[in-house]
Design a protein. Structure first.
Ligand SMILES: C[S@@+](CC[C@H](N)C(=O)[O-])C[C@H]1O[C@@H](n2cnc3c(N)ncnc32)[C@H](O)[C@@H]1O
Length: 296
């Protein structure tokens, strides 16, 4: 299989009609309640003093509710040919949404996560789900026992994504598929008055991530691990409304906390974004990179 597609989705009808085939979409208003730049790992852009896991779950819930995210999850399930009889692991399953959805398709699915708190929430939300505490670097499965492996918004949190993908190959049967999905932290697209400052902020936020460019390496990771029939796709969420402003507050705060910009620069930058939102000139896009491969 070789799939190459680019889809961008926006709330702006003209954009959807002229440049992109996908239906319109914008940020879920719920997203505005979370001050974070996107599907994030736990350490940054959080409210000080609060437990990071509930915050991360709230953020993921808001993002997962977006139609673009729902479609992207569905695409991963289709690529895994999830259905009755298929044995699938959702690696880094978080609060278990994909496990529940894959089970609804009849798949025999296990969610694996390192974080007991995440697993507790997953078990509460999906009481019939099979969840195991485990590390992506050492999955709790025997060799060649699964038909599908899925890692969604996870590899960027790992110091060694290659080890995880190699482990995916180990647990898959010949003909089994791995699907990797995630955002590239150096590729947040933000329309702003000061492109240099924007670049600094985005890069500073990326630098706070363990493997910020893991997503652009999905294809290479699969090839290096010996997968074949590689397909790649990019699905982009576009935010055109001020309700997505807190996304940028999280990015700017993280950049400031990292010492990359001053508080004044953060405020100037955010003021520009607020003006844009008020004038209906707000634009942020987050490409999500998907790659699929088959174990020979
Ligand atoms: C950003 S969340 C994404 C969760 C879920 N895949 C989703 O799309 O909503 C990343 C998850 O990966 C888990 N994780 C991070 N490193 C891991 C590792 N080495 N082994 C297993 N899980 C890990 C975290 O605990 C967290 O639940």
């Amino acid at each position: 299989m070789s799939t190459h597609s680019t889809r961008a989705e926006s709330a702006h009808p003209a954009l959807s009609e002229t440049a992109h085939p996908a239906p319109s979409e914008t940020a879920n208003p719920a997203l505005s309640e979370t001050a974070n730049p996107g599907p994030a790992e736990t350490a940054h852009g959080q409210q000080p003093g609060q437990d990071p896991v509930p915050q991360l779950i709230a953020l993921l819930d808001a993002l997962d509710a977006m139609p673009v995210a729902r479609r992207l999850r569905g695409r991963t399930y289709d690529l895994l040919e999830a259905g009755p009889g298929s044995r699938i692991v959702d690696a880094g399953c978080g609060a278990g949404r994909a496990v529940g959805e894959l089970a609804e398709r009849g798949a025999q699915v296990t969610g694996v996560d390192l974080d007991p708190q995440m697993l507790h929430v997953a078990r509460e939300r999906c009481p019939k789900g099979d969840f195991r505490e485990g590390d992506l670097a050492e999955l709790p499965f025997a060799d060649a026992t699964l038909d599908g492996y899925r890692a969604d918004k996870v590899l960027h949190t790992l110091a060694d994504p290659a080890q995880a993908v190699s482990e995916a190959r180990r647990v898959l049967v010949p003909g089994g598929r791995a699907v990797l999905v995630g955002q590239d932290w150096d590729t947040l697209v933000i329309d702003a008055a000061d492109p240099a400052l924007t670049r600094t902020i985005v890069q500073a936020r990326a630098d706070l991530t363990t493997s910020p460019r893991a997503a652009r390496a999905h294809r290479a990771l699969l090839l290096d691990a010996g997968f074949t029939e590689i397909g790649v796709e990019v699905h982009t969420a576009a935010f055109t409304e001020g309700s997505a402003l807190p996304l940028l507050t999280g990015v700017a705060s993280a950049a400031h906390e990292a010492g990359a910009i001053t508080a004044y620069e953060a405020e100037i930058w955010l003021a520009d974004q607020r003006r844009r939102a008020a004038a209906d000139r707000f634009f942020v896009a987050i490409p999500m990179f998907l790659a699929v491969g088959t174990k020979p």
